[in-house]
Design a binder for this molecule. Structure first.
Ligand SMILES: NC(=O)C1=CN([C@@H]2O[C@H](COP(=O)(O)OP(=O)(O)OC[C@H]3O[C@@H](n4cnc5c(N)ncnc54)[C@H](O)[C@@H]3O)[C@@H](O)[C@H]2O)[C@@H](O)CC1
Ligand SMILES: Nc1ncnc2c1ncn2[C@@H]1O[C@H](COP(=O)(O)OP(=O)(O)O)[C@@H](O)[C@H]1O
Length: 590
């Protein structure tokens, strides 16, 4: 039992992220017992710095310049104590005070160990350091501090911690503007680790990089991207949510033995074990109908390839049969590739609609498109999922089979639907959907605030919403609360035409094989959707032979653990290669 608990605790450390309120609640009992959390954080930070220096062969203490960007809060205290530890080992350590105060005990420790302090704020009240200097001198101090940091070996970013909301201001903002980035991130080249050119300074963030949105994963203003982020006690949502997760670099978790099992995570990253739950194992007495039948209304005259990709992906995803409804040209192409497919309507356990179906046009073509038989079929089907407030109608809607709604079908979705519906937009399609629902949004805004947008769409429509990306986010109802799951298993080479159509088929097939579970409790929809995204990403990794992923698990400090290594980014792929790799993923997960 104890072992099981320990392994669940480690799983939660590595794959769950907790809001700052939850972290504070978990911290409280330890603080009440006088557990020296700050000392523990500082000692871990110093050891990570030492390890990084050793790894890079920078073992000359005197010529190694370590800078601590120290804020006024506890986070600054962690950084200063870590600086004290390193100064005592003979390193050249300078703390740059960006606020009006410094943690007193930590400042004393740093000074006693031989560390230096540079104060930037003329209104600072830091014992032993004069302030009240002129605005001109403040500007000069800031400039020389920025130059000093640029020539450092290691920068410990301890300016702000989890208490900060919104964008940085004052001197911290000026530092981040000069040393970091603003706006959208550069997630870095998807290349093997041994091709990454070493650089200085190496930036190590204490608990979180300054300037990023800790709970919502946004980049609200200037921020300092980290090469390594040391997170204490638990991962925060910014470690998993794009775009902020790209600013965290490699993540190292320091276990404080928080009671993680008692707390609801804010975001959960899908693992192999989690995804395997979505697979229905074959039973001895199975018939093709009991294994699940998926109906697809995908493809069009314009995009018949999407019909082929979605249908072939579904057929390889552990179900008994696929039924296809669509234009003759698409039928011919499907049968050529997949003679097992059955054409025309019939009984199904789940539906997948919309991939390769053109979107509604705002111009004169609209009438013509309304005539499109695919769109009419999808519109009629989706009406059965509408929530109207009428009890009988809603009960009938809840009895419908689960359905995946992708691409062109998103435009045909009723505003309020039942929980059996899962939407699979990319950022462009989600922006379009939210705009139609009265929340005007551009694709760029969705990229900048994916966590907000995916939750908003789930709240507004009542559906589970899967927002595709390097880290795919899923939001859906879980017994009255909104649950957010993430899947970051895909290599960037999955960003190729038709990959989304493959996901539609794979997800539809998982829903068909789990339709009984969905009928018993539709709260499993987000789990199945996120599992599909994981399996889709893993199939792409297999097809391309790539170790690269949208998200890599953190390293556990002091557990003889190491950061995951990207040895190869593999071969380029087409969406059809992902289809071929799907059965091997089922084999690996079962
Ligand atoms: N072989 C085929 O038959 C293929 C069919 N496809 C189908 O083609 C239709 C149209 O596809 P698209 O939506 O890519 O059409 P577009 O490429 O026309 O994109 C529509 C809008 O969304 C934006 N957008 C596209 N991809 C985005 C992303 N990943 N993130 C943010 N914004 C994005 C674009 O800038 C554009 O404004 C869909 O029905 C799709 O299923 C595609 O999957 C490609 C392959
Ligand atoms: N940078 C990336 N890294 C990993 N996967 C990605 C990346 N960008 C996109 N993807 C994945 O590629 C797929 C693209 O789907 P979509 O945008 O619908 O394309 P299409 O419409 O051409 O099929 C999604 O599953 C998405 O999660």
């Amino acid at each position: 039992m104890a072992l099981e608990h320990a392994s669940e605790h480690i799983q939660a450390l590595l794959y769950s992220a907790y809001s700052t309120n939850s972290v504070r609640a978990m911290e409280q009992p330890l603080l009440e017992r006088d557990v020296p959390l700050m000392r523990m954080a500082a000692s871990a930070t110093a050891n990570v710095v030492l390890h990084t220096l050793q790894e890079n062969g920078w073992d000359n203490e005197r010529s190694t310049r370590i800078v601590v960007l120290a804020g006024a809060g506890d986070n600054g205290g962690d950084g200063l104590y870590a600086g004290a530890f390193l100064a005592a080992r003979g390193y050249d350590v300078t703390a740059i005070a960006v606020g009006k105060r410094l943690h007193n005990g930590a400042l004393d420790a740093l000074c006693e160990a031989g560390g230096k302090v540079l104060v930037l704020d003329p209104y600072a009240q830091i014992p032993g350091y004069s302030s009240g200097f002129s605005a001109g001198e403040a500007g000069e101090r800031l400039q020389s501090a920025i130059e000093y940091v640029r020539h450092a070996t290691v920068v410990l970013d301890a300016m702000t911690g989890i208490g900060v909301t919104g964008s940085l201001h004052g001197i911290a903002q000026a530092m981040a503007t000069a040393l970091g980035r603003s706006g959208m991130p550069d997630s870095g080249l998807a290349i093997p680790d041994d091709q990454i050119v070493p650089h200085t300074p190496i930036t190590i963030a204490v608990d979180m990089p300054s300037g990023i949105g800790v709970n919502d994963g946004t980049l609200p203003g200037p921020y300092i991207p980290a090469d390594i982020t040391i997170m204490f006690g638990a991962m925060k949502p910014c470690a998993m949510l794009p775009p902020a997760c790209y600013a965290c670099g490699k993540i190292c978790i320091v276990d404080f033995d928080f009671d993680l099992m008692e707390m609801e995570p804010a975001v959960e990253m899908v693992t192999a074990g989690f995804a395997s739950e979505a697979i229905r194992p074959c039973r001895v007495e199975d018939a093709k109908y009991s294994r699940g039948v998926l109906g697809l209304v995908t493809g069009s005259q314009e995009y018949p390839g999407a019909a082929v990709l979605s249908t072939c992906a579904a057929a390889r995803s552990n179900i008994g049969m696929v039924r296809y409804v669509g234009p003759q040209r698409a039928q011919d192409l499907i049968l050529h590739k997949l003679p097992e497919a059955v054409m025309g309507k019939g009984h199904v356990q789940a539906w997948a609609v919309g991939s390769g179906v053109p979107v509604e046009q705002d111009d004169a073509d609209m009438n013509e498109l309304h005539e499109d038989i695919q769109q009419r079929t999808i519109t009629a089907l989706l009406q059965h999922y509408a929530r109207t407030g009428n009890e009988d109608q809603d009960a009938r809607a809840e009895a419908m089979p689960p359905i995946v709604v992708d691409a062109g079908a998103l435009d045909l979705l009723p505003n309020h639907v039942t929980a059996q519906v899962v939407l699979t937009p990319h950022a462009g399609e989600l922006a379009r959907l939210l705009t139609r629902l009265g929340h005007a949004m551009s694709p760029e805004e969705v990229f900048a605030r994916p966590w907000h947008c995916v939750r908003l769409a789930a709240q507004e429509t009542g559906a589970t919403v899967l927002l595709k990306g390097a880290v795919t986010l899923v939001a859906g109802n879980d017994g009255g609360t909104l649950r957010v799951l993430a899947a970051g298993r895909a290599p960037a080479s999955l960003a190729t035409a038709g990959a989304g159509d493959v996901l539609t088929g794979l997800l539809g097939a998982l829903l068909a094989q789990q339709s009984e579970q969905v009928h018993a409790d539709a709260a499993c929809m987000p789990e199945i959707a996120a599992s599909a995204a994981y399996m889709h990403g893993r199939a792409a990794a297999l097809a391309s032979g790539s170790d690269q992923r949208g998200w890599h698990r953190p390293m556990l400090y002091h557990a003889h653990d190491e950061y995951p290594v990207v040895e190869t980014v593999g071969r380029p792929i087409v969406a059809g290669d992902v289809v071929e790799a799907i059965p091997a993923v089922f084999e690996a997960l079962q």
